[in-house]
Write a protein that binds this ligand. Structure first.
Ligand SMILES: NC(=O)c1ccc[n+]([C@@H]2O[C@H](COP(=O)([O-])OP(=O)(O)OC[C@H]3O[C@@H](n4cnc5c(N)ncnc54)[C@H](OP(=O)(O)O)[C@@H]3O)[C@@H](O)[C@H]2O)c1
Length: 253
């Protein structure tokens, strides 16, 4: 791809100030997109955007805590006023509350997990991206090739979680995994609803990535972890929709 591939495209990445989100922003900017960093901390967003602007990229930031409905409305108004369309929405913000450090041995607490952990996890990983997507969909419909990317996880694959021979069978972080299974259901259902439009909706697994969430023992760096999100954001017209992507391959639901 050339640096002008995404010229004229407007992209929003939630949780865009660090981790996989920041590298996704950087990768889209390098491809020529106008990038909007969705930042829970407005000053961290402004700082990240300024650092990208210094390198010559068209970077902006907007304050969004994905759990705050007013922020969704404010983001809608901002994008409508500034760009009047949204080509790429990457629902990247996510949390893992089941245990502090995923690099340590994972304890299966499915029988005892407190309901507040389940609810808080679902608020951020499931309800928030759905509500944000619904709010921004009118702007995505203004794009001639809208791309919605739900950042999921291989840990949400029921096919793999149910298979004792699978490499993720031992990683039963129940609240997190279930929230990613649920967002995968949204991907499948929304992609079907939008199948006669130019909008593609896919889930992605970034890989196991060294971030605050992924832990120190992970095998990929953040830039490598951003690659599947960028791939799903830049799919051509004949690319997949309603798929669960890891790199250019698909994962089982
Ligand atoms: N790392 C991995 O190995 C891995 C594997 C599979 C899937 N994933 C997924 O990849 C995505 C990015 O994770 P990461 O590894 O880059 O994690 P990370 O470094 O911990 O970053 C998480 C990002 O989400 C943001 N965030 C959390 N709650 C938010 C909220 N309520 N509103 C707005 N932003 C919020 C954080 O913002 P603050 O800076 O404000 O906290 C941060 O920018 C997540 O959806 C995660 O589930 C990661």
């Amino acid at each position: 791809m050339t640096a002008t591939t995404l010229k004229g495209k407007v992209a929003l990445v939630t949780g865009g100030t660090r981790g996989i989100g920041l590298e996704t922003v950087r990768g889209l900017a390098e491809l020529g997109a106008t990038v909007i960093i969705g930042a829970r901390d407005a000053s961290a967003g402004a700082e990240a955007a300024a650092s990208l602007k210094d390198k010559g990229y068209d970077a902006h930031s907007v304050k969004i805590d994905v759990n705050v409905a007013e922020d969704h409305e404010a983001v809608y108004r901002y994008i409508q006023q500034q760009f009047n369309k949204l080509d790429i929405l990457i629902n990247n913000a996510g949390i893992l509350l089941d245990q502090d450090d995923i690099s340590r041995e994972v304890v299966n607490r499915s029988s005892t997990i407190p309901s507040d952990i389940l609810r808080n996890t679902f608020d951020t990983n499931f309800f928030a991206p759905i509500a944000l997507t619904q709010t921004l969909l009118p702007l995505i419909r203004q794009s001639d090739a809208g791309r919605i990317v739900n950042v999921s996880s291989i840990l949400g694959s029921l096919a793999l979680q149910a298979n004792p021979a699978s490499p993720v069978y031992g990683i039963k972080t129940f609240a997190y995994n279930a929230s990613k299974t649920a967002i995968n259901a949204f991907t499948v259902h929304l992609a079907a609803e939008l199948r006669d439009t130019p909008i593609k909706v896919n889930s992605v697994h970034p890989g196991w990535v060294r971030t605050r969430l992924g832990g120190h023992a992970a095998d990929m760096n953040e830039a490598e972890g951003a690659k599947t999100s960028i791939y799903a954001a830049t799919l051509p017209e004949d690319g997949p929709t309603g798929a669960f992507l890891y790199g250019e391959n698909t994962l089982p639901w």
